[in-house]
Design a protein around this ligand. Sequence first.
Ligand code: SF4
Ligand code: SF4
Length: 176
Amino acid sequence: MAVVVARPNLRWYEKLYLPNIAAGLAITFRHFTKMIFGRTKVTMQYPEEKWDAHLPDYYRGTPALVRDVSGRIRCVACQLCEFICPPRAIKITPGELPDGDKFKKVEKYPNEFDIDMIRCIYCGMCEEVCPEQAIYLRKDYAVTGFTREDMVHHKEKLLEIGGVMHGVVLKWNERK
Ligand code: SF4
Ligand code: SF4
């Protein structure tokens, strides 16, 4: 239902707007003097200054794929993250490893792996569900692009953001 807001009847001195202009300038002057005497915080000068050093360990930024210490992509294209992702931001095209590959037992690898960062809600469920410790939410938060296509992070971009993750990859552990 539409709500009609009544237009106020201004007095003659209110129509001059001078009292309001003076009140606005008084606020500006108050903040200015506080800043001069160092009693106020100034806005962070982004992007020259960044929040990076203040981000907590549990901060959930851009999801990214990681490699293991030998440079191998940890993802085995099981597609669990694709199925669990609430806004369906992930699209995976699995590929088969060639015969004779020493990691053939993992059956698949991601031929293509796209995450649409316009859809992503940074929930972290992909990280939670991944059985291979292959996808992590990194602390990157400056996700920008000029077009919708720019906002889709392809496999190479995801690997670049993710970098190398140290530690045991369960499925490729020789002792399993
Ligand atoms: S963080 Fe959440 S929304 Fe983003 S890709 Fe992972 S599961 Fe999908
Ligand atoms: S990132 Fe993890 S959950 Fe997603 S397809 Fe790869 S191995 Fe499976």
